[in-house]
Design a protein around this ligand. Structure first.
Ligand code: SAH
Length: 196
């Protein structure tokens, strides 16, 4: 019953913005995610100078890690506060530009140019705006997408991937009948049908 209830639940954008405003961001990992360290070779596959995408990026510190390794990092996040906290906490100066073609959106870009964070809904983006990527780090992204938007999200992500790109996805296994989150339960069978 809860699994079905989860399917119909929607977390509106305003609720995410409130979480950031109230500092209720327990999902943020100050020290980065151990699974990225562990699977870094899968993501990079011996390649250098990659374009790596962080959907629903929050202020993930892994964006700095990968940029420091010489990759170009692009993120998408609706909370401007999250993006500003990212640059402040990482000690990185940045500048802001409007995004041609997406009204109300802006991109916050590190002065060195290797980190570009789009402040807009991920659904406003396309490869025409952000290009295509060699790698994707999806942690707290697919699982945070409203279940009714999963198909749209997956199609968008596929459209943003280069031919040989690698997609690292973190999900959480738990009994959706016993727990309400983190935010949504995505069974492996659904991941297979979404990404093929
Ligand atoms: N990936 C990050 C943050 C996970 S929490 C991490 O690992 O820490 C999910 C984030 O998605 C929140 O910061 C929320 O503000 C953002 N978000 C929710 N819906 C979004 C949307 N449609 N477009 C872009 N960002 C969104």
């Amino acid at each position: 019953a809860m699994a079905a209830a989860q399917r119909d639940r929607v977390v509106p954008a305003a609720e995410w913005l409130q979480k950031w405003a109230a500092g209720k961001t327990a999902f943020h990992k100050e020290r980065g995610h151990p699974l990225l360290q562990k699977n870094l070779d899968v993501l990079l596959n011996g390649r250098s100078g990659l374009r790596i995408f962080f959907p629903l990026c929050g202020k993930a510190v892994e964006m700095k890690w990968l940029a420091d390794m010489g990759h170009h990092v692009v993120g998408a996040e609706i909370s401007e506060q999250a993006l500003k906290e990212f640059f402040a906490e990482q000690g990185l100066p940045y500048h802001e530009e409007p995004v041609p073609g997406i009204s109300g959106a802006k991109v916050l870009q590190s002065m060195s140019g290797n980190i570009s964070l789009y402040c807009c809904s991920i659904y406003d983006l396309s490869s025409a705006v952000v290009g295509k990527f060699d790698g994707v780090w999806d942690r707290g992204a697919l699982v945070a997408v409203n279940p009714c938007d999963r198909q749209r999200y997956a199609s968008l992500m596929i459209s943003l991937m280069e031919k040989n790109s690698s997609y690292l996805l973190v999900t959480v296994l738990y009994d959706p009948n016993k727990h309400k989150g983190p935010p949504f339960y995505v069974p492996e069978s659904e991941i297979r049908s979404l990404f093929g």
